[in-house]
Design a protein around this ligand. Structure first.
Ligand SMILES: CC(=O)[C@@H](O)[C@H](O)COP(=O)(O)O
Length: 257
């Protein structure tokens, strides 16, 4: 069972809620994936004068944990203010902290991220920081009070899959006891399996499900792939070898050539 800030979580798939063809399809994807946590952008839902009421009610009715996020924020004060508004709306101390630093890659501004994380943990938030796979930044985030880290594996929405497996591997090795959730850039169920086989604790994804031909079916496929990767990690996988190893022993062979 995954433990996130003291909450036991059964599913290791966290789903984003943006860009689905319809709210009904989003609801079906949430149900079929059996996810227990969905992330919601306060800013996106409030945009254009919408108050988000019906959407938020629909999410609440599904009985999942809501992880509000600061998607689209580009600075410390904007992210902190958005987090505070999200706490009011969703009545949760959880916040997925995103502070974007580059318009093209949507790469996090890790300096602003650490500063915002320090401010928010000081105010009682339980921060889930969307970060890079940089170990020093990860250390700073933990120093700032974060008990969970969310490294990217590729740019948001790219569907590219893990760009830097070595960095993800070393992150896992450096932080054996910190829940690590890969966030962003997963495109296929097999990508999710790969990061789970590395020992990551969970995966957060949005675009690969929302943009699929059948989002609900894809959400279920991701859930299975994540479970398979987790089970394989726990089962002890073989290291690849250069040489062949016969699977049938030579004992009992009639003729030795
Ligand atoms: C939904 C969310 O909060 C983002 O971090 C992001 O959208 C996830 O990335 P992908 O869309 O690439 O899965």
């Amino acid at each position: 069972m995954l433990d996130l800030y003291g909450s036991p979580i059964g599913s290791r798939l966290l789903l984003g809620t943006a860009r689905y063809p319809s709210p009904a399809i989003l609801a079906e994807a949430i149900t079929r994936s059996a996810t227990e946590i969905v992330t919601v952008s306060l800013r996106r839902e409030m945009a254009g004068g919408r108050n988000g009421g019906a959407f938020f009610d629909m999410i609440r009715a599904l009985g999942v944990h809501v992880l509000p996020n600061t998607a689209g924020c580009h600075g410390v004060s904007e992210a902190v203010l958005t987090a505070k508004m999200a706490r009011e709306v969703f009545r949760t101390d959880w916040i997925k902290l995103e502070v974007i630093g580059n318009h093209d890659t949507l790469q996090p501004d890790v300096f602003a991220l650490v500063e915002a994380a320090r401010i928010l943990t000081g105010e009682g938030f339980q921060v889930f920081p969307y970060t890079t796979d940089d170990l020093v930044v990860a250390e700073r985030l933990i120093d700032a009070g974060c008990q969970v880290l969310m490294p990217w594996c590729a740019p948001i929405g790219s569907a590219a899959g893990p760009h830097n497996l070595a960095a993800l591997r070393s992150m896992r090795a450096h932080f054996p006891d910190v829940p690590l959730i890969v966030d962003a850039g997963i495109g296929r169920p097999s990508h999710a399996t790969i990061v789970m086989e590395l020992g990551f604790d969970a995966v957060l994804l949005n675009t690969a499900v929302a943009g699929a031909g059948d989002p609900a079916a894809m959400a279920e496929a991701f859930a299975k792939a994540i479970d398979a990767g987790r089970q394989a990690f726990g089962a002890g996988m073989l290291e690849p070898r250069d040489m062949a190893v016969p699977s049938t022993p030579v004992i009992g062979k009639a003729v030795f050539a």
